[in-house]
Design a protein around this ligand. Structure first.
Ligand code: MF3
Ligand code: CO
Length: 245
């Protein structure tokens, strides 16, 4: 799984610098898939319930599952999330980053910061003896205290030989509830947050999930492994590993 995690991180390292105004979400996906295939991996999203691409590329009010498209061209001031799952030698890793496109407003930067910080607030609770609800509640508390909302209709998940395994890891909940965390468990923890109301809608393509009110959304995700002491994040990029210390 750690090797799969490194491959996912390599996608962000490679594709991140090409995220600029004028680039289509199709091109972003193509570049991401190339990194995965060149690294000997596979893209379990492709063909998953007929999902047509290897990654999800979601712009602004699209929260998740944006289908890469030549018609969706990034513009200055946009935010775009790239959700990447790679499997390597039978094991999967899953992560998402939201990138700023060109120059973004301070309020947009704050949304992106809060989403990332929500992940780190959540995983402070990720240790043996705690429960999934401790992670969920920490994410929800942090996001709501920051003035945003967590998505209710979608959740993080266990991960391993398959990209989606038990348990579900919601971004809201009560401390002390849910599955017991044990050493060796692997989870995709993924705050999905909204600037306005929490409600979402799915477009006619059956995939694209947008905020109902058209306001901005954000997504940040890593795969973690529960250790003796706490957890290890296996999908950090090289720069992020230094920050995580
Ligand atoms: N990374 C997404 C997740 O955590 C996977 C979506 S892939 C799709 O669930 F195939 F469902 F689009
Ligand atoms: Co996921």
């Amino acid at each position: 799984m750690k090797n799969a995690g490194k491959l996912v991180a390599k996608v962000f390292e490679t594709v991140g610098p090409m995220i600029k105004p004028g680039v289509s979400t199709y091109e972003i996906n193509e570049a991401a898939e190339r990194v995965i295939y060149d690294g000997g991996g596979t893209c379990p999203c492709k063909g998953y319930y007929d999902y047509p691409a290897g990654t999800c590329v979601s712009v602004n009010d699209t929260l998740i599952h944006g289908i890469p498209s030549k018609k969706i061209i990034l513009q200055d001031g946009d935010i775009v999330s790239l959700d990447v799952v790679a499997c390597l030698n039978g094991y999967c890793a899953d992560a998402t980053r939201t990138f700023l496109v060109g120059t973004c407003k301070e309020s947009v930067k704050k949304l992106v910061e809060v989403c990332k910080n929500a992940f780190f607030a959540g995983i402070k609770q990720a240790k043996p003896g705690n429960r999934v609800g401790d992670i969920s509640a920490a994410i929800q508390t942090y996001v709501e205290a920051s003035g945003y909302h967590v998505a209710r209709d979608f959740a993080g998940h266990g991960i391993g030989k398959n990209m989606h395994e038990d348990p579900s890891v919601p971004n809201y909940g009560n401390p002390g509830s849910g599955a017991l965390l044990q050493k060796g468990m692997a989870l995709a923890v993924e705050p999905m947050i909204l600037e306005g109301h929490a409600q979402t809608r799915v477009l006619g393509d059956g995939w694209t999930v947008k905020s109902k009110d058209g306001k901005l959304t954000c997504h940040y995700e890593n795969t973690i492994i529960i250790t003796e002491e706490g957890c290890e994040i296996i999908t950090l990029t090289i720069g992020e590993e230094q920050i995580n210390g």
